[in-house]
Structures are given as structure tokens and as C-alpha cells.
Design a protein. Sequence first.
Length: 93
Amino acid sequence: MMTGADPNTAWLRGCIALDQKGFVRTGSDLDATALAEARWPFVRPPLLFETSRPGVFAIGDVRANSVKRVAAAVGEGSVCVQLVHKVLAESSA
């Protein structure tokens, strides 16, 4: 059995970019088409765990192409804190 094999993300459809299986696309998994559809407002590409909605991040099993392991999700969360600070600093500039 594997927890996280089926994402429960139907409620996000139309809000952020999802892959064909319903996992949240983040960072480099967001291509130009997905960013154009989302009306990505920045010149910079999305940060590592950033979704197609600026300042909204996804980590763990829900993320497309994630490792699907608890330890990986914990590590992603710790990195994400730094990225949130980066976005907050960007928005206050």
C-alpha cells in the first residue's frame, strides 16, 4: 500500500496547474504553456516548490514527480520555508 498514490486535488482544478494524474505541478515542472494559462506575472520562473500561483507552494505526496516518502516531504518543507521568505521579501520590495 502507498499513501499519496492518488492525489485528492480535484478542488484545485482551475486554481493551480495539475498534471494528467492530478498532482500539483511546481517549479521546473511548469512549462511555458502552463505559466501562460495561469497568467504568471513575473519574469522569473517559479521557485523550486512554487505552484503556478505566485507565493503558493506544494510539498510532499501531492507534488508532481515527488519522491513520495515522508522524509522527502519533511526536507521539502524545510526548504520551502526559505522560499516563502524569499517571496515575502520580493513582495515588500
